[in-house]
Design a protein around this ligand. Structure first.
Ligand code: GDG
Length: 495
């Protein structure tokens, strides 16, 4: 393991599918570019500003904007170079919408019924990952620690090795890693698992993901050995030693805790509460995605109203659904289903002065999002499966007066850290979720405070900066040599 001083003094080369930028055309026809506001940018910014480095990714559809020039200006602000990987529309369709989102996304979230396996899309995936690797070799210096992110780019490390790059390579998977039984369905399972072993360090969100990965390595790379040493697993493959670990990602706690107390967020919270006409409300914030369990959440809320009539007139569900992947027909069908369900619940239970479900299908500015976090007495986070789920952590960071209650799916990665103080539920168990909703809405103030204090302590202590340091702390100073046979995808003859 590298020591702290060495970790922070290394320039980083970050690789993600999308560059963290927002490009906008102004009314006067000029172009505006700024960095996005996600957790990864927040965490990387101080490290990049201090030690320099580079961020490589697809810049998105430029729509005629002078993208290279604009990347220069936004890179100066971040203290690093932003470099775009140009990808054709056909490649984005096959690699991103296709293999990444129709194969890996559902499979890794245990939702096999949504997964399709298409050889042509696998070829696009390989091609796009190879292009990322080629762009990296143009930017990489020997002292760069190359850190690749997420399921769209699993093969990049393998192609970098084939291009003889000897840099230290690290990889972090933001979504879950499935069990052996599920992973084994992937026709390209051997290629994928071996590609992950081209990195020196592989990070997962939870111990469960790490154990699943190690089990798959043991099954599909039989000439390797894998041993746990404390919290980390070490895989020996020929002369190479690969470190794998669980590093739960988080948020900038102080930012959320402070920002929610700004006048803008406070005014927004007041306005939201005044306009809901109920004493209490449960908040749901989810991207439109079948992994998020939104229909099951609606059914559970409806069941709570059926089972506990004393909630009528007193409790509402405010559900924000963030538009996502709108070009995919399956996502359009999901939206229609949600519209219908909301209509059914409100049609059945609403009465004068009380609407049970308030449903919004749009993105909100951040101060308004914080207003909702602040105003909600209960946050209902019930994904069927989720790598981590940052909404749960943001809600805790915004509950600065310790008043909120968190209901959390046991299948969200964040449950591994927050299980002692959240109300943990199985999102498939409608009775259980309905009971948790009732329990949260009736929870005595002392219990609410005690639980929220525990939740906030965890999110404060294990924030996004803790995540970066603990991940980089597991990255070795130099890479171990790679031999061609280690990357081969054929099983040895005697297997
Ligand atoms: C992957 C994994 C893992 C949402 N609506 C609005 C808005 N948001 C912000 C939230 C939060 C983020 O989006 C969503 O958090 P997730 O945790 O779901 O993150 P994803 O990037 O979707 O997903 C996930 C994560 O990576 C990190 O490793 O937790 O499991 O799937 O930050 O605040 N922000 C604004 N307006 C909105 O309407 N401003």
């Amino acid at each position: 393991m590298a020591d702290e001083s060495d970790i922070v003094s290394r320039p980083l080369l970050i690789v993600s599918n999308r560059l963290p930028i927002v490009v906008k055309e102004e009314e006067d026809g000029t172009w505006n570019i700024r960095t996005g506001s996600g957790g990864l940018v927040t965490a990387m910014k101080p490290v990049l500003q201090r030690h320099g480095g580079c961020w490589i990714g697809w810049p998105g559809d430029a729509h005629g904007a002078p993208i290279d020039e604009m990347l220069g200006s936004v890179g100066d602000e971040m203290g690093c170079k932003f470099s775009g990987v140009p990808l054709s529309e056909e490649l984005i369709e096959g690699y991103y919408f296709g293999f990444s989102n129709e194969t890996l996304w559902p499979l890794f979230h245990d939702l096999l019924g949504h997964a399709s396996f298409d050889q042509e899309k696998w070829v696009f995936y390989m091609d796009a990952n190879r292009r990322f690797a080629e762009s990296i070799t143009e930017e990489a210096r020997p002292d760069h620690l190359i850190w690749v992110h997420d399921y769209q780019l699993i093969l990049v490390g393998k192609y970098l090795r084939e291009l003889n790059l000897g840099n230290v390579l690290a990889y972090f998977l933001h979504i879950p890693f499935p069990t052996l039984d599920i992973f084994a369905r992937l026709p390209w399972r051997v290629e994928v698992i071996r590609a992950l072993l081209a990195y020196d360090t592989v990070g997962f969100q939870t111990g469960r993901d790490l154990r699943n990965f190690v089990e798959c390595v043991r099954a599909f790379v039989p000439e390797s050995t894998a041993e746990f040493e404390g919290e980390l697993a070490y895989i020996q493959l020929g002369e190479r030693r690969i470190c794998a670990g669980a590093f739960p990602i988080s948020i900038d706690f102080d930012y959320f805790n402070d920002k929610v107390q700004d006048k803008e967020s406070q005014d927004s919270a007041w306005y939201i509460h005044e306009n809901h006409g109920a004493n209490t409300f449960c908040l749901g914030i989810d991207r439109l995605d079948y992994t998020k369990g939104i229909p099951a959440k609606f059914h559970a809320f409806s069941r709570a109203l059926e089972k506990y009539p004393d909630l009528h007139g007193k409790l509402s569900l405010v559900q924000l659904v963030i538009p996502s992947r709108q070009d995919i027909p399956e996502y359009k069908r999901w939206k229609d289903r949600l519209d219908r369900l909301v209509g059914e619940i409100n049609g059945r239970f609403a009465r004068h002065g009380w609407v049970p479900v308030h449903y919004m299908y749009r993105s909100l500015p951040q101060y308004e999002l914080m207003g909702y976090y602040r105003a909600a007495e209960i946050c209902l986070v019930t994904p069927l499966k989720d790598g981590m789920n940052l909404v749960a952590k943001e809600y805790c960071a915004c509950s600065y007066d310790d008043h909120g209650a968190l209901i959390l799916s046991e299948f969200a990665g964040s449950a591994s850290q927050l299980k002692d103080h959240a109300l943990i539920v199985n999102p498939h168990d409608l009775e259980g979720v309905a009971d948790a909703i009732y329990r949260a809405s009736m929870m005595p103030v002392e219990e609410r405070h005690e639980r929220m204090q525990g939740l906030r302590k965890n999110v404060r202590e294990q924030d996004i900066f803790w995540w970066v340091n603990s991940f980089l702390g597991a990255v070795p100073k130099s890479s171990t040599p790679i031999v061609a046979s280690a990357l081969a995808t054929e099983l040895p003859d005697d297997e």
